[in-house]
Design a protein around this ligand. Structure first.
Ligand SMILES: Cc1cc2nc3c(=O)[nH]c(=O)nc-3n(C[C@H](O)[C@H](O)[C@H](O)COP(=O)(O)OP(=O)(O)OC[C@H]3O[C@@H](n4cnc5c(N)ncnc54)[C@H](O)[C@@H]3O)c2cc1C
Length: 421
């Protein structure tokens, strides 16, 4: 059996290792277009902070790890997939045949109309190469412009501030981290950033960017204000890498559509990670999660199915925990709630503490937290296991901090294992 995996991120690596464990005699080929030893993008903030070296970002200690497991690593870009011939064509024209194929191609940053990303002093913050460029260019005392104030922008702010740069973040909407926070929590995060010395401009876009004779960049905002930053970091969101599948017959929507076995509409082709649109536990729909835990879960389950073990994927929980210069915020499951649902919240604006819970009937379906780290495991457990809270819902509506009590009370009364997390 020949397994081919496109993508060498967490989803691809876990899949390859799982396959090797349960299918020792198979041939495994991993194709990746980045010139790096497989690494984790999640480690980029630590690298920018100077807390780890490049080696600390690698998913496994060395490239020899894959050789030792008899996993062949091919450095190339997959240009297209022929589902009938069962081949992948690479950018060097090599044609690789497969019996089973995994698409684990991750996602990539959106482009901008007004700025060319990747030129001298304008970079995304998505790859190791981006991180190297940012580390080289973000020097003490420099003005740095962050375009976007979402998850990635907020997570790297702390590293930038620690490098002694002056950060200005602009965001088109009225809210920071809009994709994971409601207006109240978002306003608290904005206030926290400003307290920490970051200038945040909401409702702001770049209308024009030009280069001066010395190669510096000048941007004009929609307000008419101008800025000459030493470095521009674009973090305006990402999209799954699925373009190369056009015309292949593999069905895509926002990502590659997969069933409960991580299988695409072509029976011997699977998808995992950021590129896949898989079953979402909190919405009961298929969605793209740009988070590493989902990538890892997908990779493992897809590999089991590729090796012929029928393994139904239970679905993944959308969960983001963000450290914005020391303020920890979390969004879990369906944090926006549902129309017929109820919600409860407790807020301490002064101390940057907030909990918002969303219920459907007597089940917790989503939550937001700010300044609380003690509830992360419990929230995950309650939402993921869809526990019926019974009388504990009323207690949580009155006091949302009683999460651990509610978890223990509700799970013990129906015989759940309280030690699931
Ligand atoms: C700064 C930063 C911080 C983050 N922090 C967190 C966090 O705290 N928590 C969290 O859960 N997630 C975080 N993430 C997101 C997380 O890194 C991703 O969800 C995760 O990397 C997805 O893994 P993946 O294997 O699906 O894709 P990727 O890691 O993107 O790997 C896919 C690989 O496939 C390659 N590829 C794409 N197309 C092709 C092709 N046609 N041919 C060959 N190769 C191809 C790509 O270049 C890439 O190397 C963060 C991301 C960034 C950038």
């Amino acid at each position: 059996m020949k397994h081919v995996i496109i993508g060498t991120g967490p989803a691809g690596v876990i899949a390859a290792e799982t396959l090797r464990k349960i299918d020792p005699d198979s041939q495994i080929v991993m194709i990746g277009d980045e010139p790096e030893i497989p690494y984790s993008r999640m480690a980029i903030p630590y690298y920018l902070h100077g807390r780890i070296e490049e080696e600390g970002m690698h998913l496994r200690k060395s490239a020899a790890h894959f050789k030792d497991l008899n996993i062949e690593l091919v450095r190339a870009r997959a240009e297209n997939v022929d589902t009938e011939r069962q081949t992948v064509t690479l950018d060097d024209d090599e044609v690789v045949s497969f019996d089973r194929l995994l698409l684990a191609t991750g996602s990539r940053p959106y482009k901008m109309d007004t700025l060319e990303i990747g030129c001298e002093n304008v970079h995304a913050c998505w790859t190791l190469e981006d991180a190297r460029n940012i580390a080289k260019l973000a020097k003490e005392g420099d003005d740095v412009l962050l375009v976007g104030a979402g998850f990635v922008a907020c997570i790297i702010m702390s590293a930038l501030v620690s490098r002694g740069v002056n950060v200005t973040a602009i965001v088109r909407s009225k809210q920071v981290v809009r994709s994971m926070m409601n207006p109240r929590a978002s306003a608290m995060i904005k206030r926290w950033c400003e307290k920490e010395g970051v200038r945040i401009l909401t409702g702001t876009t770049i209308t024009e960017a030009s280069k001066d004779d010395a190669g510096g960049i000048e941007v004009t905002f929609n307000s008419g204000d101008k800025m000459k930053p030493a470095l521009v970091i674009v973090a305006t969101g990402v999209q799954p890498n699925i373009d190369f599948l056009q015309g292949s017959g593999i069905k895509t929507d926002s990502g590659i559509l997969v069933d409960e076995f991580l299988r695409t509409n072509i029976p011997n082709i699977f998808a995992a990670g950021d590129a896949a649109q898989g079953f979402d536990l909190s919405t009961d729909e298929q969605s793209v999660h740009i988070i590493q835990p989902t990538a890892v879960d997908h990779g493992r389950s897809a590999a089991l199915n590729m090796a012929g073990r029928t393994c139904k994927f239970q679905g993944s929980l959308l969960m983001n925990v963000l450290d914005t210069m020391g303020l920890i915020s979390g969004s879990f499951g369906n944090w926006q709630g549902v129309e017929s649902g109820e919600s409860a919240e407790i807020v301490d604006e002064k101390n940057y503490k907030y909990i918002n819970l969303q219920f459907k009937d007597d089940q917790l379906i989503g939550a937001l937290t700010l300044g609380h780290t003690e509830h992360i495991g419990v929230l995950r457990g309650l939402i993921q296991t869809k526990v019926h809270l019974g009388k504990w819902k009323k207690h949580l509506m009155e006091d949302p901090t009683r999460l651990m009590e509610a978890y223990l009370g509700a799970t013990q009364s129906i015989g759940h294992n309280a030690a699931v997390f």
